[in-house]
Structure formats: structure tokens, C-alpha cells
Design a binder for this molecule. Sequence first.
Ligand code: BTN
Length: 235
Amino acid sequence: FGKNVHYEKSVSSTQELAHRIASEGGEEGTIIVAEEQVAGKGRLGRQWYSPIGTGIWMSMILKPKIPPQQAPQLTLLTAVAVIRGIHAITGLNCDIKWPNDILLNGKKLVGILTEMQADLDQIQSVIIGIGINVNQISFPEEIKETATSLRIEKGKEINRASIIKSILENFEELYEIYLKEGFLPIKIMWEAHAITIGKRITARTMGGSFQGFAQGITDEGILLLEDDLGDTHKI
Ligand code: BTN
């Protein structure tokens, strides 16, 4: 990972560029990084605030030989790699909020967006987008209360390249374990950082929002949510 790096000053979204490069034969491990995104994408059709020169806006191309329905596991794997990478450089301990938010002191530091191109039973490519608030000192009104950056939490500027390098090293290590041993070891690491499990939560998905008690995740990386009647739902 990171042998092929496409570095751009300004893009609409590194996700879109990564999809294009992947479909034109871009190899697994190719990284797309930009200083700025003018149309950064978040989950559930939201925007992702990606101002110039302050954060890490990056997408990775994967071409794993796994069934398409297992692709969500890669989001959880990425969350673990990002947490480890950030910890190695800054000493900061982040938490995971299911499925893909990384929080620091209760505020959002990182967003992960996984998108897949697949035929019925075969993955063409998985594009994993990672957005990290690194050196912002302020945020727009709408996210002021809920977002934070490494600089705000650490009180000093952080080198973005060293964070990227550390995340890629950790990702590569975990991805190898995953392809060899399956999801279980990753699941155990993920659970060690997850604050969602064992709490009453609201899960927002494309299909609507569900409230309940988060019991845990399955080996497929699916959240088990118990509703007020005691029925368990897979989210
Ligand atoms: C979320 O909603 O939490 C996911 C945010 C993902 C943002 C990253 S930034 C790099 C990549 N390119 C995008 O347009 N989005 C992802």
C-alpha cells in the first residue's frame, strides 16, 4: 500500500478519482490523496468538509478476492488501522462508534466511507475513503459542536505525511492477517476500541433509523440491535 500514490492539489472527491483509476486497471494498494476536496462525500449522501491543506483526504483501492457481502468488514478493519496509526504518531487514544466514526474525547475526528463495485458474486474494486481532521483550528457552524481535530486535541500541529505512512503500515499488516485468518482477529481488535457495544443507540442507515440496545457485532461485521420488545435485528 502506498507504492502508487496519486497526489492532487484539488479534486471534487478522492473517491470519484479512485473509482476511475480502479476501473482503468489501477492496482490494489493505490492511494489517492488530495490537499482539498470541493465535493467531499460523507456517508448517507452527506457532505464532508475538506478544506485545503489541513486534513487527510485519501482513498485506497482494494481488489480483494472475497465475497461482496463481506466488504463491510473492510470498513471495520480500516477503523482499527486508523486508530493504531494515529496512536503510533500522536499517542492519542480514539474510540470507534459503529460502524465507521472515529471519535476523540466524544467528538468526530475521522470518517470512513467504503464503496464497492461488484458483479453478482465478484468484487471489481473496493474504494475506502478516509477523512481525518488533522490541523483545523476551527469548524463551520453546523459541525462546530461535534467535530474535532488532532491539532485541537494535541495542542500542536501534526505532520500529515507521518500519519498517512503509519496508517498504511498498520492497514497492510491487518489486511494480511485478514486475508490469511479471516475476520475474527480483526473483530476482536475492533471490539476493544468500540464504545457502541453494550449501549442504547440510534443506528442510522439507508433504510431508516433504528433504536435499541447494541448487543455486539457478528463475524460478518453486522451490528446486532435489540429492540424494546426484545427482538434482535441485524443492521
Ligand atoms: C463519513 O460520513 O463519516 C465518511 C466521511 C468520509 C470522508 C472521506 S475524505 C476522503 C474520501 N473522499 C470523499 O469524498 N470522502 C472520503
